[in-house]
Design a protein around this ligand. Sequence first.
Ligand code: 13P
Length: 256
Amino acid sequence: MSLKKQYLIANWKMELLPKEERALLEKLPLVLKKKKKSLKVIVCPSFVSLVSATQIKKYSSAIFDVGAQDCHWEERGAYTGEISAKALVSLGCRYVLIGHSERRVHNNEDETVLRNKLQAAFNARLQPIFCIGETRDDRTNGKTLSRLRQQLSSAFSNCTMKRNQLICIAYEPVWSIGSGTPLNADDLTKEIQFIKEWLTTHLSSHPHVVLYGGSVDERSVSNYLSPKTGIDGLLVGSASQSVKRLSKIVSLMSLS
Ligand code: 13P
C-alpha cells in the first residue's frame, strides 16, 4: 500500500445483534486509539445499528466513518422495507456498499438495479463503495478481467457525477468471500492494475481508490500492505466482527 490514505472498511453483514454491534461500536475508541492518521476506518453495521454508530461517532473520541450496507435507488416512495440514500445521509452515514456479491446473488440485484443505486448514492452525496469480482467459474475459464470490465462499464456508463467525485471500488473475488481462502497478495496485482487502468481510461477526471476484500484476517493482512500490490485498502468481513481481531488489523495497518 502507498503512503497516501489507506482504507479499512468493516462489513458486519447480518452477523451480529444490535446489542453486539453496539458493544463493538463502544469499544471503537480503544480499538482506534493507536490508529495512524492516514488510515481511514469505515464501519458498516446493519441498518438497525446505524443510529447508534453515528451517535457514538459524534460523542466519542474515535475517528471513524459510518457506512450502510445498501440503499434503495429511489429518493422516496412506496417501497416498503427499503431505505433511501438520502435517509442514510440524514442519519450521518457517509458511505454505502453497493453491488456486494451477496446482494447480487441473494437479492437478484442486476446491472440496472446496481447502476440506479450507484446514481442514487451519488445524487445524495453518499460515497458508494462499489463491489465487483469474478466467480470461481469465471476464474477457471480465464474470464476474470472480462467480468471486471463488464461490471465496471455497466455500472458507470451514463453515470452523472460531480467533478472530482471519488470512485471507490472494492475488488472481492466471489469465491474468496467467507471461504478462508483469500486471493494471494502477489496474485492480485494484475486485477488491481486492470481496474485502475480502466478507471484512468474511462473516468479520467475522477480520483479513485481500489480496495481488496475476501477472507482477509489478522494473519493475512500484512501481506496486502506492500505498495507493490497497488491496493489502497481492505474490505473485511468476519475478521472485523470482534474487538480483538479488528484491533489487531488496525494495529498492523497502522504499522505499515
Ligand atoms: P470475509 O472477510 O468474511 O471473507 O468477507 C468479505 C466481504 O464480503 C466484505 O464485504
